[in-house]
Design a binder for this molecule. Structure first.
Ligand SMILES: [Cu+2]
Length: 124
């Protein structure tokens, strides 16, 4: 009898541990998992530093609030990614960054980079 009770107590401990582990991984999952949003406004990216995970598909969304065309280009990022939005539009692309590193991002429309449309993409 006491042997059974001891087994039950051990089983309960294992369940508790599993529950704690499940809670830990759930809390890491943001509501918009796998989505990175960038606003383009007044010739700036907001945020100007974005994060990706190597080998994990991501949906990159560019929301353009300006009355001119904008895009996000990256130097050295693999695969090569370009998100272009028309005037006050939204555009998205899904891709999987392959190599960890720190990459320069910018808008390649003439003059926009010089006006401040640049930032950093970090692939972890
Ligand atoms: Cu631009």
């Amino acid at each position: 009898m006491s042997r059974v009770r001891r087994w039950a107590a051990a089983a309960a401990l294992v369940l508790l541990a599993a529950g704690a582990a499940a809670c830990g991984s759930t809390s890491l999952a943001a509501p918009e998992r796998g989505v990175v949003r960038v606003d383009a406004q007044n010739y700036r990216f907001d945020p100007d530093t974005i994060h990706f995970k190597a080998g994990r598909p991501v949906r990159l969304v560019l929301q353009n609030h300006d009355p001119v065309k904008h895009n996000i280009s990256f130097k050295g990022l693999e695969p090569q990614v370009l998100v272009v939005t028309p005037f006050k539009g939204e555009q998205a692309i899904v891709f999987t960054p392959s190599r960890p590193g720190t990459y320069y991002m910018y808008c390649s429309e003439p003059g926009h980079e010089q006006l401040g449309m640049h930032g950093t993409a970090i692939v972890e």
